[in-house]
Write a protein that binds this ligand. Structure first.
Ligand code: C2E
Ligand code: CA
Ligand code: CA
Length: 407
């Protein structure tokens, strides 16, 4: 069973209206049914369809998925205008004899949600242990996974609200596992921290980011790329020494994101090590502010130039009574401490507008861009896609049309 949704359906619906957007979904159903008669297609509304078929293995599922994507390639006609649409898919395979519809649907929904997060299709078998359920096995595999190229990075831009320019980017790690499919950091970072693999993983990430940063810098976009540094590493002298050496010799602009909770655990050595990073020119950002332990006493002592408000407060910004007050006062606090503020989890034009009024310096979130692989990130920079994403929804659709609308 595959659950598929039209990429950027919300934009399409905003542009052509609810009724015509729904009609598009019928066209998608007709298109796939005609191209692949063996598939049963059920439109689910809101840009989503359910596809089911019988096959031999998860591999035959992948082949079918390929055919589905190919069927979507020709442009769609909508009242004389042509549009290109693509699907984001999460899928699950199960033995025909033992499949239970509810479990299958739930597993497919989970796969789609992971696919959405990762901006890449996710296919699984129902009997696969969900990643993270067996962290020990995963950790035994991680060193070889780094070697064999299964670990990769996606990049998500942070954009200046007033100047409308890309200020920096954050590197987010993913694991493309040969049998379990895509694994997100939430499912393996914690285990990597507990099993001491985190140091090697983070050093690999720093090397990769240095190479990628040099490439975008050479193309004219010399912005720093921020790397998430686990708290446990802040009091690991071996890691700090190796990381400093990489950055010093790397000839690239990299920054580090750290949480305050990490500092509170072992403040003296963490603060000393953060100073060592700051001294060699690594910009520091405080991550997930407001979500964990906070202490004004430490906040003042950290050599950080940026404070990132946790997405927990930002995604609810326009629907909650309390969160705007928290965000507002956090912005003022950070400015009083001479720090710049980034809001993460900015998903709507309304949130962006409110943050702008509140004086927030930078924003990061799905509204601007999902985390994307390096090639797509370069295209994002070249085409200055953040500008379209930041203007009004209607305008953003029109300016974005090159992405998926043809002549
Ligand atoms: P984080 O540092 O808070 O990273 C931001 C997370 O929010 C990312 O999830 C990102 O995909 C997601 N996100 C971005 N924009 C939006 C939005 O508009 N709405 C919502 N709802 N979410 C958004 P991801 O990639 O799954 O990473 C989860 C966490 O894993 C990160 O949280 C970070 O703490 C950790 N992590 C990721 N990469 C690394 C790494 O290389 N090293 C370490 N130590 N931790 C990492
Ligand atoms: Ca982060
Ligand atoms: Ca964060």
């Amino acid at each position: 069973m595959l659950l598929a949704e039209i990429d950027d359906f919300a934009t399409l619906r905003r542009a052509v209206g609810i009724a015509r957007a729904a009609a598009v979904l019928d066209d998608v159903e007709a298109r796939i049914t005609a191209a692949i008669p063996a598939i049963r297609v059920v439109p689910m509304g809101r840009g989503a369809i359910e596809l089911s078929f019988a096959g031999e293995s998860v591999a035959s599922g992948a082949a079918m998925l390929d055919r589905v994507h190919r069927a979507m390639e020709p442009a769609f006609d909508l009242d004389g205008e042509t549009y290109r649409l693509s699907l984001r898919v999460g899928g699950v395979g199960a033995e025909a004899a033992e499949h239970d519809d509810v479990r299958l649907i739930e597993a497919a929904e989970e796969a789609l949600s992971d696919a959405r997060q990762a901006n890449a299709d996710v296919l699984r078998h129902l009997s696969d242990p969900v990643a993270g359920h067996d962290p020990f096995q995963l950790m035994r595999e991680l060193p070889a996974a780094i070697e064999s190229g299964q670990i990769f990075l996606q990049y998500q831009p942070k954009v200046r609200v007033r100047q409308q320019c890309v200020a920096s980017a954050e590197a987010l790690v993913r694991w493309r596992h040969p049998t379990r499919g895509l694994i997100l950091p939430g499912d393996f970072i914690e285990a990597a921290e507990r099993s001491n693999v985190i140091g090697a993983l983070t050093l690999w990430i720093i090397r990769r980011v240095i190479l990628d940063q040099r490439i975008i810098a050479a193309a004219g976009y010399d912005i720093p790329i921020f790397i998430n540094i686990s708290g446990v590493l802040l009091s690991d002298p071996g890691f700090v020494r190796d990381a400093c050496a990489l950055v010093r010799d790397g000839d690239a602009r990299v920054g580090f994101e750290i949480t305050e909770t990490a500092v509170i655990r072992d403040p003296e050595s963490a603060i000393a090590n953060l100073r060592a990073f700051a001294d060699i020119g690594v910009p520091l950002a405080i991550d997930d502010y407001g979500a964990g332990l906070s202490s004004l006493a430490y906040l003042k002592r950290l050599p950080a130039g940026e404070l990132k408000i946790d997405k927990l407060f930002v995604t609810q910004l326009t629907s909650s009574n309390r969160d705007p007050l928290i965000v507002r006062s956090t912005i003022d606090l950070a400015h009083a401490l001479d720090m710049e503020v980034t809001a993460e989890g900015v998903e709507t034009p309304a949130a962006l507008a409110l943050l702008g009024v509140m004086g927030c310096d930078m924003v990061q979130g799905y509204l601007i861009s999902r985390p994307v692989e390096f090639a797509a990130f370069r295209t994002f920079l070249q085409e200055e896609r953040h500008i379209a994403a930041m203007t009004s929804p209607r305008l953003s659709f029109l300016r974005n049309e090159g992405q998926w609308k043809t002549g």
